[in-house]
Design a protein around this ligand. Structure first.
Ligand SMILES: C[S@@+](CC[C@H](N)C(=O)[O-])C[C@H]1O[C@@H](n2cnc3c(N)ncnc32)[C@H](O)[C@@H]1O
Length: 225
């Protein structure tokens, strides 16, 4: 039975008792989403580029917090965004509504998301002119797409609780959907993760982590292997 719980910055997350883990950091769900995915991911990627639109692939869409923060940034800055979130266990609309994440994005975006989230399951839907969302209802290894993305947000449960999703096979699978020079970001950093991504043709950066984590990983695809 999934439970809504508060995190230290006042934002909510979901606790999954079966896995024994929350969907976000207990130090702050909002802080983690802003730091790891929006700032170290999306904004870093855009900093030295002149892009008018971009594609993001997330592993573990969950509550949609990372989608909401990214779409809100893009809509505010006149950028198009095509977002695909892989999610093996899509949440009920009612639970998503109770997260209160509408406080962190525009009222219009929240309204669109709440109204259209369930129709995004296995369909690409438009949320306003230049924002599309698709929730790919499958396990990571079953995900297939013709699309190639600029950024991968890897927001799986931890390797302690879900080691298989951090395996070489899973990482190779998701990274095939990333464009050359695209980036992979995640909240964690381990020796195995660095080795796997190096072997897949990535350059690795250690970045200061979100509150509660010293470091996180950002990797750039520099060659096809
Ligand atoms: C740490 S939570 C992600 C939190 C999410 N990004 C959010 O902002 O709410 C991990 C997510 O991965 C999903 N998941 C677990 N195993 C998966 C798999 N094999 N393939 C795809 N998604 C999976 C879970 O259902 C959960 O929603």
């Amino acid at each position: 039975m999934l439970q809504l719980v508060h995190t230290a910055d006042g934002s909510k997350t979901i606790f999954n008792p079966e896995i024994g883990e929350t969907y976000h950091s207990r130090h702050g769900a909002l802080q983690e989403g802003m730091h790891v995915f929006l700032n170290a991911g999306l904004r870093h990627f855009l900093a030295d580029k002149n892009k008018s639109e971009l594609g993001i692939l997330e592993v573990g869409l969950g509550t949609g917090l990372n989608f909401l923060l990214s779409a809100n940034f893009c809509l505010e800055n006149g950028l198009g965004i095509d977002y695909v979130g892989i999610e093996a266990f899509p949440l009920e609309d009612a639970l998503i509504c109770q997260t209160g994440y509408g406080h962190y994005v525009s009222a219009k975006l929240w309204e669109w998301f709440i109204e259209k989230y369930s129709s995004s399951i296995n369909h690409s839907i438009e949320l306003g002119g230049r924002c599309t969302l698709k929730t790919a209802h499958c396990k990571l290894l079953d995900f297939q797409s013709e699309k190639r993305f600029d950024i991968v947000y890897f927001d799986a449960f931890s390797a302690t609780h879900q080691p298989e999703i951090w395996s070489d096979e899973s990482l190779a699978h998701v990274c095939q959907f990333l464009k050359m020079s695209g980036i992979f970001v995640t909240y964690a950093i381990t020796g195995n993760l660095k080795r796997s991504l190096k072997a897949l043709g990535f350059s690795i950066e250690k970045v200061a982590g979100a509150p509660g984590k010293r470091e996180m990983l950002r990797a750039t695809k520099i060659k096809c292997v």
